[in-house]
Design a protein around this ligand. Structure first.
Ligand code: ADP
Ligand code: MG
Length: 327
């Protein structure tokens, strides 16, 4: 017994001597980064390829752009008829629906019609028409989706749902890409899709992966704050980059599904969690809830959240009680 256990131990590779490899590929509409330590280049290339292949497979399921994606096919299913879905689609929808219930619909993957109108508005620099938004609202509501985990089916309660996993799919893909790295013996890695990142073990001789977060000083000036993260996910969400300005108001690409309107509160939220799918979806949810309700939600769930408010002439940063990345 002892002998075989020892044998096992000596077989564990010493990755502290391994080389660092970095890759970036366009996936899911963003730069998808992989950084990790591997024994040699051919191994690293093979593993990176496998990770990207997994992301592409997921995109084929989750995409709201591709009319043939499993998600879009589900949205066109006949009302009331159970549709068998892939384990991945069932899994991500279960997480999305749980968060929708927890936030009373602030996070809602059926908000696709309104998201689409605000996306067009952003392109044209023009408000969506009120009638359009009102019509879109009829197809929005997480209760329109009914999941059956036992039979692994989903049924619709309204016709023609426009499902949108934009607030959760990148996090899911990041977790899955990391799982591929792990399955291939990679224990020191950084995976990021735009503002959703996940770290496993740190680089050799380092406390963690170097990440820069936006912070403000006591005078309201922005400055990058460097943190070192390991075995944790971090996501940022907010309208500081993607918005349309109409008549002096900024409307975000994140909508409040309860009104169908793009968020106008200028807020950015950061969430730190054990996995990327949680960090991604919760960062979007806290954004929709707004500062006060968002921080209350975070405190009730012991969620590590940082809210950066841009309203007024002095930006402000407020951490939730559980925040421990700094302080
Ligand atoms: P980003 O895509 O910029 O990283 P998020 O993770 O916050 O930011 O996701 C924003 C995306 O989530 C939108 O582009 C849209 O696809 C989707 N979305 C918008 N509003 C909501 C909402 N209230 N609930 C769930 N998803 C949303
Ligand atoms: Mg998100």
């Amino acid at each position: 017994m002892l002998g075989s256990a020892m044998g096992c131990l000596t077989n564990v590779p010493d990755d502290s001597e391994w080389e660092r490899f970095e890759y970036v590929e366009p996936e899911m509409g963003v730069d998808f980064h992989l950084k990790f330590y591997a024994p040699n280049r051919p191994e690293a290339e093979r593993i990176a390829k496998a990770a990207y292949a997994r992301v592409e497979e997921l995109n084929g399921i989750f995409s709201d752009y591709d009319p043939g994606s499993e998600l879009n096919r589900l949205g066109r299913a006949p009302v009331g008829e159970p549709v068998a879905v892939s384990p991945e689609l069932l899994d991500i929808l279960q997480r999305a629906q749980a968060l929708a219930r927890d936030t009373r619909g602030a996070f809602d993957v059926t908000a696709g019609p309104s998201v689409r109108f605000w996306r067009q508005a952003r392109k044209r620099g023009q408000m969506p028409r009120v009638e359009e938004l009102q019509a879109a609202q009829k197809r929005v509501g997480y209760q329109q989706l009914s999941l059956n985990a036992v039979n692994r089916t989903v049924s619709l309660r309204a016709a023609n749902l426009q499902l949108d996993l934009g607030g959760i799919a990148k996090g899911y893909a990041v977790d899955e890409a990391m799982a591929v790295l792990k399955a291939n013996g990679i224990a020191r890695a950084y995976v990021a899709a735009d503002s959703d990142l996940l770290t496993s073990g740190p680089p050799p001789d380092k406390a963690g992966w170097k990440i820069e977060l936006r912070n403000v000083d006591e005078f309201g000036n922005f400055y990058p704050r460097t943190v070192f993260l390991k075995q944790i996910a971090l996501s940022t969400s907010g309208d500081t980059e993607q918005f349309v300005e109409i008549n002096g108001r900024r409307y975000s690409h994140i909508v409040d599904p309860r009104t169908g309107i793009g968020l106008t509160s200028r807020m950015q939220t950061t969430v730190v969690a054990a996995d990327s799918v949680t960090a991604d979806s919760h960062a979007t949810a806290v954004c929709v809830l707004g500062k006060q309700a968002g921080l209350q939600f975070a405190d009730r769930r012991k969620l590590q959240t940082l809210v950066l408010e841009l309203a007024g002439n002095r930006p402000q940063v407020t951490p939730s009680r559980a925040w421990k990345v700094w302080e």
